[in-house]
Design a protein around this ligand. Structure first.
Ligand SMILES: [Zn+2]
Length: 627
């Protein structure tokens, strides 16, 4: 018996990727062994030296399921909240996150048709599947050691001689002023570990007159973690500076550094921290950005794209060349979207190069370069080097100067797909930012594939949200942006245990996706201003950030208060825009008709003149009568 249809698709996929030659593929396709998927996989890996990565890519294409790289996945206390570990082991599945109504599940065996129904029965959630290699999945599921869920500070305080509510006189002298003393070392480690386990993105250490406050940003909001006596803060900050290779004696100037935390902790934590110190009025302050190297990207459908935006975006990133730009302030989820996009289009047959500062996610099968401005390794320098290496896809962390902008556009116009970010507030103003950076408008219009502005809004807690009928201004805003009215949700001010009493849990992305169109290209070439570009894009069906945020409110994912605090309502009114453009088109048509009329009139005049002339000068030549 020849191979089953799906196994044949895998073999053909590998052939298309160049991992099997014609003869090998034919031999496999005609083999008489009755092979299971697993058997074929083993054979491909041992006999034909096909890599895990290539096999996963080929299988995911054959099944039409996005691939998931288990090695980058970090189990946390919520992983097995909905499906317990035993169930997962038995069924070879791994819940890797949720997105709106969907539970995202990685599975090893797509032939297990019952599994989606089973999971839906247990969790009451719809299921979105990803494909993972069985060996990696089982390795993770069989890993017995549970991750520590949180760490306390009690014992460190004890060692430092302070209670939760400290009394300065009780603090042991000496030990606290030395950055190498054991309690200070432990305290720094504990602050970092605690921030990491509570899902924080940044740690802020801010001195005030008598105390130093440690705050951690979680889901975009700062939470106070602890207050320590000012006396300890000197040693604390000195210790952080030692860990980041900074000059301890320099306290008057800001410094930047990096901590490779793996070197300092015995816990299995592979994180880096980007450290920035600054002299403030009450002493030095420190901000540490946590860069989790084990963090995995989420599949694109999990990022909160509306279905029409997702379909459009997925289509656009498959283009062979051009520029895909993401914009928004720091912390708006730009990098996550970029990496998810890269992950989706990455395959063994394409070459991807990235220039990043800092490298926030590590992706399999992709070569990433860390920038180093002090020695001259800038985005522009990296881009220039990449152009010589001729990759298919280039990711540049950020376009912030005219040099980088120029080379980026050049790359996009010479057959490369270029992904990058800019710090603009909305999609249409990206065009003006690029022209400010001395890129000619016709180069901008020729290179841009799409611009996506985005923000992250807090999700309202599903367990305690409260339904209500909006009135007044809120109803007006909904009506104007979506032409819709109906009940929406507000956050419970009391919160519940599920959301840590905040009323919100997790975040969802909102997007303003501006794809190019004939009208937009024309407007860019005519150097139209941002406001006009926005109107053209809206007329082409672009949903603004505000409209997208309202869709999330309508869907009950977030609240009106959260949406409005993120993005103010648009000034534009779609009906007015339609009218404006209809009038313009009408005026254009009228002008065109008038022009035609004029030309016709002229033609008629000329014909009349010729006829008169012919009549005045009779039978000169017969062949002229046809004029
Ligand atoms: Zn709640």
């Amino acid at each position: 018996m020849a191979l089953a249809r799906i196994q044949a698709a895998v073999v053909n996929g590998l052939k298309a990727l160049g991992k099997l030659n014609e003869a090998q593929a034919t031999a496999l396709l005609n083999s008489n062994d009755d092979m299971s998927g697993e058997g074929l996989g083993k054979l491909l890996q041992t006999e034909y030296k096909v890599t895990d990565f290539a096999l996963l890519t080929a299988r995911s294409r054959a099944f039409g399921i996005s691939p998931f790289h288990v090695r980058n996945f970090q189990v946390d206390e919520l992983t097995f909240e909905k499906l317990d570990r035993d169930f997962c082991r038995e069924n070879k599945v791994l819940p890797v996150g949720s997105a709106g109504p969907f539970l995202i599940v990685a599975l090893a065996n797509p032939f297990n048709l019952q599994i989606t129904r089973k999971i839906t029965e247990i969790t009451k959630q719809k299921v979105s599947l990803l494909l993972a290699p069985e060996s990696e999945l089982m390795e993770l599921l069989e890993d017995k050691k549970e991750q520590p869920t949180s760490v306390g500070f009690g014992d460190v305080f004890e060692a430092l001689g302070m209670e939760g509510d400290f009394d300065e006189s009780e603090i042991a002298e000496g030990a606290l002023e030395d950055e190498e003393s054991a309690p200070v070392i432990t305290l720094v480690n504990r602050i970092i570990e605690d921030a990491y386990y509570s899902g924080g993105s940044d740690i802020h250490i801010e001195p005030s007159e008598k105390t130093t406050r440690v705050r951690v940003r979680i889901d975009g909001i700062c939470h106070e973690k602890l207050t320590i006596p000012a006396k300890v803060s000197g040693a604390l900050i000195a210790r952080i500076k030692v860990m980041s290779n900074l000059d301890i004696s320099e306290k008057r100037l800001p410094q930047d550094g990096r901590i490779v935390f793996k070197q300092y902790t015995r816990k299995n934590l592979d994180i880096d921290l980007r450290v920035s110190t600054a002299p403030l009025n009450h002493g030095e302050g420190v901000v540490m950005r946590i860069l989790d190297k084990q963090k995995s990207t989420l599949p694109l459908p999990a990022l909160g794209f509306e279905p029409e935006n997702l379909a459009l975006y997925r289509g656009l990133i498959q283009r062979p060349f051009g520029m895909v730009l993401h914009c928004g302030p720091t912390g708006s989820g730009k990098s996550m979207t970029l990496y998810s996009a890269l992950n989706e289009i990455n395959a063994p047959d394409i070459v991807v190069r990235t220039a990043e500062d800092p490298i926030e996610y590590t992706l399999p099968g992709i070569c990433q370069m860390q920038m180093h401005r002090k020695i001259g390794l800038t985005f522009a320098a990296a881009l220039r080097a990449f152009l010589r290496q001729d990759p298919d896809i280039i990711l540049v962390g950020e376009i912030r100067d005219s040099e980088t902008a120029g080379i980026a556009v050049e790359a996009a116009l010479t057959g490369h797909m270029l992904f990058s970010t800019l710090h603009t507030n909305d999609a249409p103003s990206t065009v003006a930012r690029l022209t400010e950076m001395k890129v000619e408008p016709f180069m901008v219009s020729a290179s841009i594939v799409c611009v996506c502005a985005q923000r992250l809004m807090r999700r309202v807690c599903k367990a305690c949200k409260q339904s209500y009928e909006p009135t007044g201004r809120e109803a007006e805003v909904l009506q104007k942006s979506l032409q819709w009215k109906g009940p929406i949700f507000r956050a419970n001010p009391e919160g519940c245990p599920a959301c840590g009493r905040s009323g919100y849990k997790g975040r969802v992305g909102i997007h303003e996706l501006m794809g190019t169109s004939e009208g937009l290209i024309e407007a860019i070439n005519k150097e139209a201003d941002t406001a006009l570009l926005k109107r053209v894009a809206m007329l082409n069906g672009m949903s603004t950030l505000h409209q997208d945020s309202m869709k999330k409110v309508r869907a009950g994912l977030s609240t009106m208060a959260e949406a409005i605090s993120n993005v103010p309502p648009d000034m534009e009114d779609l009906d007015a825009i339609r009218e404006e453009f209809a009038l313009e088109a009408e005026a254009k048509a009228e002008a065109e008709a008038a022009r035609k009329e004029k030309v016709e009139g002229y033609k008629r005049q000329r014909a009349q003149a010729a006829a008169d002339k012919a009549a005045a000068a009779p039978p000169a030549a017969e062949n002229q009568s046809s004029v």
